[in-house]
Design a protein around this ligand. Structure first.
Ligand SMILES: [Zn+2]
Length: 342
């Protein structure tokens, strides 16, 4: 397929985004009323939650001093809200199912069945696997550039992008860690940490794509590319955390940055004669297909496996191939630099 076809595909993908807006479930008045009632009484139907026992001024009724600490109280409030959301959702979904309605999303997520208090066990397990793959990829890259390939006289690597890949590894492991935490327990704090880490990772990998594909090496040009993007990503993260956690907007920002880097890699793989460009191609095609899973989002099968969980599954082989490309790139650059110096 020519690159024009690719651009068309991506543009049509972006067009689909317009259909994605805030969740229908939490806009439902019956659900809203249930939530309000629950946060006041601490109960949904017969079920009552320990964490929801507050007096009228928001302080707990009794307990030792450490249970009166503001941070603990905040956590308790989050836990109470989480339990209320979960049980109101279950009740509402059951009513809806009886009426023959299809499942709807609540606060950006499909209705899931908890297992031992873990909200999305499949996504948690897959996030942990992703974290392991990223760690493996980074360690093997580390060993390659510092121990297997020759080093410069000043003990630095010949490969110019070593530092950038280290940062990439840290950001991606950080992001998978918070992804696992968030899918275990969805409260405001874990949600913000997960979204922020993901935005940081996607933003940084866009910078990395530009720097590598355009072979940007001198400091001034690097700053010119990185500074505006870093500023944008930082502003977006601050907006999500301190102003409004806007799912629709965040989805658009992440997809725009994601599609931009896929395009950059795709065009570069076509234009360059990199020996491992097939790996790039595979990751780009796989990444685009994986994006489809995020876009054609379907509700969880039996309350467990949804499109998002599958998406986390596809990123495992992609990450493996990706680090393999990074190692090839380090070898390729090192050998061509050595040829030049000889
Ligand atoms: Zn996730």
């Amino acid at each position: 397929m020519g690159s024009c076809h690719w651009i068309l595909l991506f543009v049509s993908l972006l067009g689909l985004l317009r259909g994605l807006e805030a969740s229908a479930g939490d806009a439902d008045p019956i659900y809203k009323a249930c939530l309000e009632q629950c946060e006041k009484s601490g109960c949904v139907g017969e079920k009552c939650f320990q964490h929801c026992k507050f007096s009228s001024d928001g302080k707990p009724i009794d307990g030792p001093w450490y249970l009166q600490e503001p941070l603990y109280l905040k956590w308790k409030q989050w836990d109470c809200r989480g339990d209320c959301r979960y049980h109101c959702m279950l009740v509402r979904e059951e009513e809806r199912m009886k009426l023959g309605d299809k499942p709807v999303k609540y606060h950006g997520k499909w209705p899931f069945q908890r297992v031992y208090g873990i909200q999305e066990p499949v996504s948690v397990a897959l996030s942990a696997l992703n974290l392991a793959i990223q760690f493996h990829g980074w360690i093997s890259f580390f060993i390659l550039v510092y121990y297997k390939l020759p080093l410069r006289p000043n003990k630095k690597t010949y490969y110019e992008y070593t530092g950038l890949w280290h940062i990439y590894a840290m950001l991606s492991m950080n992001s998978w860690f918070w992804s696992a935490v968030f899918h275990s327990r969805d409260v405001e704090l874990t949600e913000k940490l997960d979204y922020s880490s993901a935005v940081a990772l996607i933003g940084f990998s866009l910078i990395l794509a530009i720097l590598r594909a355009f072979s940007v090496r001198d400091e001034a040009a690097t700053v010119m590319v990185a500074a505006p993007l870093l500023a944008f990503v930082t502003t977006h993260i601050m907006y999500l955390n301190f102003y409004k956690l806007d799912y629709g907007l965040n989805m658009k920002v992440c997809l725009a940055m994601g599609v931009a880097q896929l395009l950059i890699w795709a065009v570069w793989a076509r234009a360059s004669n990199h020996p491992s460009r097939w790996k790039l191609w595979a990751v780009v095609v796989g990444g685009a297909l994986a994006l489809l899973l995020e876009i054609y989002d379907f509700p969880p099968y039996k309350g467990f496996v949804d499109a998002h969980a599958l998406w986390h599954a596809t990123t495992i082989p992609l990450a493996y191939l990706w680090w393999s490309f990074v190692r090839d790139d380090a070898e390729f650059r090192t050998s061509s630099l050595l040829k030049k110096t000889k």
